[in-house]
Design a protein around this ligand. Sequence first.
Ligand SMILES: [Zn+2]
Length: 281
Amino acid sequence: MDYTIFPKLFVSVFTFLFGIVIGSFLNVLIYRIPKGENFVNENSHCMSCNHRLYAKDLVPLFSWLLLGGKCRYCKAKISVQYPIVEALTGAAFTAIYWLTMDCKINLAFVGYCAAFSALLVTAVIDFRTMEIPDSMWITVFVGALFVYAQELINDGGFNFNCFLTRFIGIFAASGVLFLLALISKGGMGGGDIKLMAACGFLLGWKQVILALIMGAAIGTLYLILTAVKNKGKVPRKVPFAPHLSVAVVICFFAGEKIINWYLDMCGIAPLDTCCVLNLLG
Ligand SMILES: [Zn+2]
């Protein structure tokens, strides 16, 4: 029996609780950024009855579960989006902890959590409003800088190839989207381009291209399912960022594995491990 698992499980529980607290803050951002509202010093209110909400109403995840998804005061239904965002953030932070826990000074944890949070907020806001706030792709880029700082520490200094992998990543997927925007005369949003530039520095060029391909595949699947649901009617405009965000997060955890699995199937030697913290292997 490996007893070193217990401290890790203990930290995992705290990481999950930390994640759901951050998740409830992300819900505030999702709601208030598109309205241009101040999201720091305003009290929370029920959106149906406008009753002020107190600490007992705002415990992330648990308040929603205990109140059965209803407002304590007017019994109006509270969107299931709130607990889903909180639970997803808790689960993702815990997974990122397991991904990065062998790092000594854990800047990668901070970087990936920041990037995940910004991608989640971007996905929901783009889905609802077709807009990508600048503050969110900038947050992904700042998160990427933290992850890169971790790579410098792990490598024991500057490695030109690793830097180049990330630098090319800035243009790899965003360049393709930029060309699509030119060809389609605005069919592709500028927000998607900036978002994928930031994700490129986070993932490096190989993984960000994989994320773009996967995002397009997930988006196509979404279109087909929507068309089936609406009896053949396809929506004229579809947000791309939610699908890209899902693909980028999959690449956080398994991008290198997917690429090497594919290369192996083609009988090609695996890639070098630049831009991967190499902790999943
Ligand atoms: Zn209410």
